[in-house]
Design a protein around this ligand. Structure first.
Ligand code: PGA
Length: 250
């Protein structure tokens, strides 16, 4: 399976910063073209990023979508509009969405079905907090997020689904899960997908996220059940993003 490098730009970058990013990336366009390089900018920049990244074959997607396809939902972005703009994926269930915007398993499940129906690939995030890990609940929390969030998804749509394991304590903290800790959970996730949901889990990419950097990407990608990375901070710098893409090709 190929390794995926998905940049989650969160609420960063202006138009001119984006133009600079792709100008820098173009210097090593070949690396990007050969990689599974994906980027999720703020929704207002989806079209700009799609236009600038198209020559390098970057997949562009949103960080979230609404739990409805259209209607009187001021400030929301529809999965149908994201797909219609030529974007190919959306991230769902990021821990910041769960914690700050109180997204529940049920809402995420609704968003998942609408996104898949709209033709988007979904990167579905899961992960435990530090408190949950210390109480020995990491696996049961992740299992619950997967079973509830992916409920009702027909396995024929699994080629439109990726999982991102992001331990909350590792996001933006500089504290990465060790490759062994990450592998343990990725192996567990694959088992849940296979045994409990009857999904073709061997073919489904499971990404790791949480303080992925140029210094730890190699060790993470060497793990058998880690098929790429969902990257926040390090994806904002073109030089780092390129190193991550290069590492994904090894
Ligand atoms: P980080 O963010 O790489 O800055 O830790 C990862 C994420 O939130 O997806």
């Amino acid at each position: 399976m190929r390794n995926f490098i998905v940049g989650n730009w969160k609420m960063y970058k202006t138009r001119s910063e984006i133009e600079h990013f792709f100008k820098e990336l173009e210097r090593s366009a070949d690396i990007v073209k050969h990689s599974e390089a994906w980027i999720a900018p703020q929704s207002i920049h989806l079209d700009l990023v799609r236009e600038l990244s198209a020559p390098m074959g970057v997949q562009v997607g949103s960080q979230n979508v609404a739990a409805a396809t259209e209607g009187a939902f001021t400030g929301e972005v529809s999965s149908v509009a994201v797909a219609d703009m030529g974007c190919s994926f959306t991230i769902l269930g990021h821990s910041e969405r769960r914690a700050i915007f109180h997204e529940t398993d049920a809402t995420l499940n609704q968003k998942l079905h609408l996104s898949i129906k709209a033709g988007l690939t979904v990167i579905f995030c899961c992960g435990e907090t530090l408190e949950e890990r210390e109480k020995g609940e990491a696996e049961s929390v992740v299992r619950h997020q997967l079973v509830e969030g992916l409920k009702g998804l027909d396995k024929t749509y699994c080629h439109h689904l990726m999982i991102a394991y992001e331990p909350v304590w590792a996001i933006g903290t500089g504290r990465t899960a060790s490759p062994t800790q990450a592998q343990e959970m990725h192996g567990f996730i694959r088992k849940v997908l296979m045994d409990e949901m009857s999904f073709p889990a061997k073919e489904m990419p499971i990404l790791y996220g949480g303080s992925v950097k140029t210094s730890n990407i190699d060790a993470l990608l060497q793990q058998p059940d880690i098929n790429g990375a969902l990257v926040g901070g390090a994806s904002l710098k073109p030089e780092d993003y390129l190193i991550l893409c290069k590492a994904s090709l090894k």
